[in-house]
Structures are given as structure tokens and as C-alpha cells.
Design a protein around this ligand. Sequence first.
Ligand code: XUL
Ligand code: CO
Length: 431
Amino acid sequence: MTDFFKDQQPLRFDPQGTDLCFRHYNPDEILMGKRMEDHLRFAVAYWHSFAWPGGDPFGSQTFDRPWFGETMDLARLKADVAFEMFEILNVPFFCWHDADIRPEGSTFAESRRNFEEIIDYLQGKMESSKTRLLWGTANMFSHRRFMSGAATNPDPEIFAWSAATVKLCLDATQKLGGQNYVLWGGREGYETLLNTDLKRERQQAGRFLQMVVDYKHKIGFEGAILVEPKPQEPSKHQYDYDVATVYGFLKEFGLENEVKMNIEQGHAILAGHSFEHELALASSLGILGSIDMNRNDYQSGWDTDQFPNNVPEVALAYYEVLKAGGFTTGGTNFDAKLRRQSLDPVDLIAAHAGAMDICARGLKAAASMLDDGSLETMREERYAGWNSPAAVKMLSGDLESAAARIEDESLDPQPRSGRQEILENIVNRFV
Ligand code: XUL
Ligand code: CO
């Protein structure tokens, strides 16, 4: 045991509790025939919780963690503390980038050895823990070698470096029984078209993803490969802009049945969408994989990665997840940072506990909305005309036969209310 969280005991579920506890997240509560824990599948993000020093563009480190530093002993201490927090939160999953868990070596081989040693250490820790790996990923955006991209870099040697990095991370994800592997194109974009061959860079990205998918099949990795869209930041323009853009990209490279999405609420907002829009679109395309449940501050235009704190928003997101049939390999990852003034160990626990409670409330509201059924009934009523034989026939016919219906059948369609306020009032009964 480390003494980082002092004598903090695992959090209890206590709906009336006033201390640090879960008031809504009850893992064993059954909703729609499934345990709450199995619906939500929470994951802690290693990077923000244990590797991020609290910097912002105007100031550097604010957190003073005993494991900060680039040695293997400190990397093991970080893992010890992480698993202590997983136990306090009773959280079923965690996620990492290679750079979060191991010190960077002076060569690729040294970084690889550090990484493999820590993966073995994590594997040992997982033997006495319930916490599984939701996904692994590679950090191909922080080190200066990736400043002009990873797979999309103008330098083919960086493409090779990226291949070596993803191969290593995918092998390790498989070794730890990870359920997904995520690719977020951190610097796969551009700053200025004046120095960028956009066509070539997109081809490189497509070929790289094909290689990753081929390798997944070669090693028999059973998890899902997920791409995480984001429109800008750190690049001015990112190639994986949003779900629609990535779907077009997957179709172009013949990967639409191989790759799904990890959708982050904050990224959806940056792209000018709502989270539920991105979820509904991915679901309709059959590519909804997993979610990063963290949002931005609506007054600042950047990715502030805050823990969820708004039940109605979260409810509408889980409504889409439940309608899509729920998560299979995916889950709810908190890709979320503490605020940089939240220095104390207890802040880390409180942030996750609060987020888990908010999500539990959102999930319960979403399940009640589905159970009530009025929203879906009203949606079906709105499209009921399309069930008529004439409408079904029209869709399989041609433009001329559709056009002929107007005069042949003397059609005189009348506008009908979209009933938005009534629908919003229904939602308001549950959130
Ligand atoms: C960055 C982001 C990443 C990915 C994993 O905005 O969301 O943390 O989730 O690389
Ligand atoms: Co993310």
C-alpha cells in the first residue's frame, strides 16, 4: 500500500450519504435487465489522472505527485497508486497510452523495454484486481518527433516509428486482455495548407489504418479497433474531424466493417455537434464503439476535458447508447482532467465519484424514457406514413413514378407539428 490516499476506504453506495460516497451509482441495480455496472462500464484514464501535471498555456505544473519523474521505480509507484484508486472507486476498467505508463527511453528499444516491463507489472496488478483494460492506445502527439504527424508525417521514418509504436501497444493491449484499441489522430492534420500535401497525407493515414487492421487479424486480437474523431486541436485541422468524416474515410479505404468509433463529448461539441448527434449518427452507421464522457466549458472554445456535470446532457447521450443496444466491447471512459487548482488526492476521488453518479442519473433517466415509451411512440407516429404500401413501393421505384403520384392520387399533403416542446416536456419528466 502507498500512503497517497491515506486511509480512504472503498466508496459505498448510500443514497442518503453526505460524505464521499455514491448516491446514484449502484453497480448491482438492474436496469432494462442488466446491472448498472455492465451498462456503464466506467474506465479511469491513466493520462489525465496520473500523468498530467496540471499545466495550462499560461503556467506549468500545479500537481505535486510523488510518482512524477522518469524512472521505472516511479512508474511502478504510479501504477500502485492507480490500482489503489481503482479499488476505492470499484471501477471495472482503465485505459492508457504507452507514454502514460512508462518512462521515455533515449532510444526506441529502451522505451520498448521500459514499456514491456511496466506491462508485465500491470498484468501482475490485474491478477489481484477486478479492474480490466477497456483500451490501450499510443501517444503519437506529445513528443516533438510527432510534431508534423505520425502516419501522416512528411518523413517516412516517422511512419515507421508510428508503425513500431502501434504494433507494440496493440501487442500489449492484447496481452492485458484489452477490449478495444483506440487511435486518436493527435497530430494527423495540418497547420497550413501551404506546406501540406493533403491528398498524400490522407492516403498515408488510410494505408496505416489498413495495416493496423491487418495486424489485428494476424495476431488474433479479439477487441475492436476504434478511431476517435476530433475536429481541431492540436492541429488547426484534423483529418478525423467528426463521425461523418471518419465514416467517409473508412469507406474510402474499405474499413467500414473493421473499425468503429470512440466518441468524445467534448470533441463533438468542438465539431459543432451535440454529443447525441454523434452517437446517433454512429449508431445508424453501425460504428458506435465506445465513449469518452468528458465535456468542454461552453464559455471557452477549447477542449477543457471536464468531468461530466450535467445530467440532462448525459441522459440524452445514454438514451442513444441504450437505443443502440448498449455497449458491447465499449464503455464510458473519463478522459477528464481535474481543474488545475484541485491539488488534493481526495479531489481525484471526488471527481470520479461525482462523474459516476452523474452518469448513473443520466442512465436511469434514459432507461425510464425508453421504458415510458412516449418519445419513441411519437417518433414512430411521425414517420407512420412510410409504412403504407404506396410509400414502400415509391422508395423502390423511380423519380417519375414518385412524381406521378401527386396528380394520379390527387395528393394534398398538409404540414404537421413536429411537437418539439411536447417532446422536451416529456424528457423533462425524467431528468
Ligand atoms: C485528446 C483525447 C485523447 C484520446 C486518446 O483530445 O481525447 O486523450 O482520447 O488519445
Ligand atoms: Co478522448
